[in-house]
Design a protein around this ligand. Structure first.
Ligand code: FAD
Length: 500
């Protein structure tokens, strides 16, 4: 099912596929919130920009977000202060607070009608044992000179133990915002191409070449805004991040909905905000987080969200449900800046760890300043070429174990299912003549067979029974049961076995 944002805006903006070789100042790969924000700022400054998008405008991660615009990224500032020091934490907070103001300014200047409204944001807990970490976080935030509040009463339909409130945060409709950016980019002379997959991008001396299947763009600068960077070497982003999936439902209820945007402080994560839907308001409930590629069930994904809805709004009806994933850096800080220390004309912004509404604006400003040769006070915080030791050792260990399993160990293991055991509308890996084959049987028993090896870096894929997809447990690429690539960083389809 499409997200509510996509459903409400179907067929809104139509661009053509790239069918010629072109030259420009800046080539931007990806038309999500990050790529389009870069294109907006650069085109406004008089740069010639070309945006290349594999699918449609904003229909990947940005089109499936919950679109809370906040500098409160969970419980984060105590971690930042204790790991990197007070100035670092202060600059992270300032950069994200500035981003909220920038987004509001763009919306006002360009007259973008995108349901932008100011809201307070809350990180709450219903568990007594979590109050200690809430109090520590408040101390850390106040220590940075930021005015946050401890509250025990909120609009939520259940009691809490306590919450941290950040005032003057915001929410909007992310696709209406992106369409507004597109209009400005086009009127500033920029060009946007959709249905155009980039397969490589390289820097040669002082210019860049970006290749699609049939054409190329020559540019002075390139920005890789493809969410998960698809150029593996140099950069090595696949060693520094993993992807995490979350689920969202939009429910209709006759009860009056509450103001504010909410997320709880510990697992299992639940997130809430209301959203305009025609003349009424719906409640968005998010959660069910897991590492992309790890098996889940309906009960543990949409099921737990539906349970929450029924518990507090017995009359509620689910009108939309969707999921998407985001890149999580092992040290929890986005990667923004040069693609690698050997590429100073190619830029990247990634690893927004489910807080990409503000992070994408921070990233766009840092990169635009780099292109203009201007110093940016926040760029050191997000330096994409950093070589600091990873502070988050548990995450590092998990990623290494998962990648070793999927690249080597699981490929040697015999699958524990045989062909006859696979039920209709389900899939599994089986072994045929010592080769692993991914099988999906549809509702009528029709069989679809693929080689279950990711076309990104060769990891063994796993079956996702909620979405009926093949997912990569190492880097989060996804393919539908026909083997067609639906999520980056892979861009090639799977090898398909013809059973006719
Ligand atoms: C469930 C969920 C809820 C979230 N809620 C919030 C929230 O409330 N607040 C918040 O701040 N953040 C939130 N986030 C995070 C936020 O949505 C993301 O960080 C942000 O949308 C990422 O934007 P992007 O432009 O980097 O990526 P995308 O929107 O994915 O854009 C990248 C684009 O690049 C294109 N592309 C990829 N490869 C190629 C290629 N080879 N050639 C051409 N084009 C290519 C893709 O098709 C895509 O359109 C949430 C994330 C999730 C998973």
């Amino acid at each position: 099912m499409d997200s509510l944002w996509i459903d409400l805006n179907k067929n809104k903006q139509d661009f053509k596929k790239l069918e010629e070789n072109l030259e420009t100042d800046v080539c931007i790969i990806g038309a999500g919130i990050f790529g389009l924000t870069c294109a907006y700022y650069l085109s406004k400054l008089g740069f010639k920009v070309i945006v290349l998008e594999k699918y449609k405008i904003g229909e990947k991660t940005t089109g499936h977000t919950t679109a809370k615009i906040t500098s409160q990224h969970g419980l984060f500032y105590d971690y930042l202060t204790s790991s990197y020091g007070k100035k670092f934490a202060y600059d992270y907070l300032q950069a994200n607070e500035q981003a909220i103001k920038n987004i509001e300014e763009i919306i006002a200047k360009e007259k973008i009608n995108c349901d932008f409204e100011k809201q307070n944001n809350y990180v709450y807990t219903t568990k007594k044992e979590d109050l200690k970490s809430i109090k520590k976080e408040i101390k850390a935030v106040q220590n940075l000179g930021f005015n946050c509040e401890f509250v025990t009463k909120t609009g939520l339909p259940f009691e809490i133990e306590g919450a941290i409130c950040f005032k003057n945060q915001a929410q909007f409709h992310p696709l209406k915002y992106l369409y507004g950016l597109c209009n400005s980019i086009i009127s500033n002379g920029g060009q946007i191409y959709t249905d155009t997959t980039v397969i490589d991008s390289k820097q040669e001396f002082n210019s860049c070449l970006t290749f699609t299947q049939d054409n190329y763009i020559k540019s002075k600068y390139t920005i890789i805004a493809s969410h998960y960077p698809f150029v593996n070497f140099p950069g090595f982003y696949f060693l520094k991040m993993y992807q995490s999936t979350s689920y969202v439902i939009a429910v209709d209820t006759k009860k009056t909905l509450f103001n504010g945007m909410y997320i709880n402080s510990s697992q299992p994560i639940f997130s809430y905000r209301k959203v305009k839907f025609g003349k009424k308001e719906l409640l968005l409930i998010g959660g069910g987080d897991h590492k992309t590629g790890q098996p889940t069930s309906y009960k543990d994904s949409y099921g737990i969200l539906e349970e929450q809805a029924k518990k507090y709004y017995p009359d509620s009806e689910v009108l939309f449900k969707w999921n998407t994933r985001d890149c999580i850096p092992l040290d929890k800080i986005p990667y923004i800046g040069y693609y690698s220390s050997t590429m100073n004309n190619i830029f990247v912004g990634t690893g927004f760890k489910k807080w990409g509404m503000t992070s994408s604006n921070v990233a766009a400003n840092i990169i635009v300043d780099k292109i203009c040769g201007k110093a940016n006070p926040f760029s050191y915080v997000f330096d994409s070429t950093r070589l600091k030791p990873i502070k988050n050792r548990d995450e590092l260990k998990n990623v290494i174990i998962q990648s070793t399993n999927s690249l080597l160990i699981n490929k040697l293991k015999r699958p524990n299912m045989n062909f006859d055991e696979i039920e209709n509308d389900s899939g599994s890996i089986i072994e045929v003549n010592n080769e692993k084959v991914g099988i999906y049987k549809d509702n009528n028993g029709k069989i679809y067979a693929v080689k279950p090896i990711c076309t990104h870096l060769g990891c063994l894929l796993s079956w996702n029974d909620v979405d009926k997809t093949w997912d990569c447990p190492c880097h989060g690429s996804r393919f539908n049961y026909r083997g067609e690539n639906i999520y980056d960083p892979a861009y090639r389809n799977l090898e398909v076995y013809n059973l006719d």
